[in-house]
Design a protein around this ligand. Structure first.
Ligand code: NAD
Length: 291
């Protein structure tokens, strides 16, 4: 593995491209948005004319794309790897995506000798730049072993959870929990505030007890109580993740009442909280950030 492509140079992809280059890989990137291309070019990343230029030049291509629809268009569309790729190309999808779409794409690429692994990430743009991301990985043992040097250049923690698609199932489960925890933590803070307990002291108590979560330990102190709301992860992307989790629950024919209630609150929040807002803004269903 020497030359790595990165498709999608947004908040996450830009940092991953830089982390790969720091580890000594030759990195080529592509993004249709001029501002994203210019920012990465200014970082010294070589920018390709389009996706079709990347497949024949790269040993592995990392995707960091907004939706499953975009991932499918990039991989199975006319500018995709089936129309000319280096022998043994490995595709690493770090987007948060739909496991069924991922499995379908993998099946379509396999006859051309192209391996796909799903390696969605946690850790935000900061983690992407610092190469401290956590990855939950789906793929064959062989493909995951092949990808290891590339994955290690972008992440500090990697958990291989199963075959193709298992990474995306795990990431949707993780983000469904995070989305629900943001709502339940905001409700707990609201209750305690109205009962006369200071939110910072409340969190100190919860974080020493069994009700703690990543949301109470990281999100509330870093982005909510500070008033910063600048995590680099938008309402639009979290709504997409919750929608994908909701679709998976429905496709499996499951009745999961708390998950479904959380999904409904995230969906309905589109009326009052814009797509561009930080995803932690969901707490404003219960809390006034200016109070
Ligand atoms: P982003 O919107 O900042 O970046 C996505 C980039 O993809 C954009 O620059 C866009 O122009 C580009 N793009 C759109 N269509 C394209 C196409 N056809 N070909 C190539 N590029 C295309 O989003 P992000 O925050 O970087 O997130 C990327 C993925 O990572 C998403 O799936 C998201 O859910 C996931 N994720 C994000 C975070 C975070 O904290 N931001 C954390 C974990 C996972």
């Amino acid at each position: 593995m020497r030359t790595i492509g990165v498709i999608g140079l947004g908040n996450m992809g830009r940092g991953m491209a830089l982390s790969l280059r720091r580890r000594g890989f030759a990195v080529m990137g592509y993004d249709p948005a001029p501002a994203a291309r210019e920012a990465s070019a200014a970082d010294g990343i070589e920018i390709a004319d389009g996706t079709s230029a990347l497949w024949p030049a790269c040993d592995a291509v990392v995707l960091s794309l907004p939706t499953p629809e975009v991932v499918e268009a990039v991989l199975l569309g006319s500018g995709g790897p089936l129309h000319g790729a280096k022998t043994g190309l490995l595709v690493i999808d770090t987007s948060t995506s739909d496991p069924d779409v991922t499995r379908r794409i993998s099946t379509a690429l396999a006859p051309a000798g192209i391996d796909l692994i799903d390696a969605p990430v946690s850790g935000g743009p900061k983690g992407a730049h610092a190469a401290t991301l956590t990855m939950v990985i789906g793929g064959s043992d062989r493909a995951v072993a092949l990808a290891e040097p590339v994955l290690a250049a972008m992440s500090a923690t990697r958990v291989h959870v199963g075959g193709v698609g298992a990474g995306h199932v795990t990431k949707l489960a993780n983000n469904l929990l995070c989305a629900a925890h943001l709502i339940t933590a905001a409700e707990a803070v609201r209750m305690a505030k109205d009962a006369g307990v200071d939110p910072e002291r409340l969190l100190a108590g919860i974080n020493a007890g069994s009700g703690r979560s990543g949301v109470t330990q990281v999100n509330f102190p870093t982005w909510v109580l500070s008033g910063a709301f600048d995590s680099g992860f938008t309402m639009k992307l979290m709504r997409k993740d919750v929608r994908l989790a909701e679709n998976l629950v429905a496709a499996l024919g499951l009745d999961l009442p708390l998950s479904q209630a959380a999904a409904r609150l995230w969906r309905e929040s589109a009326d009052g909280i814009p797509d561009e807002a930080d995803f932690n803004a969901i707490v404003t269903l219960q809390l006034d950030p200016n109070a």
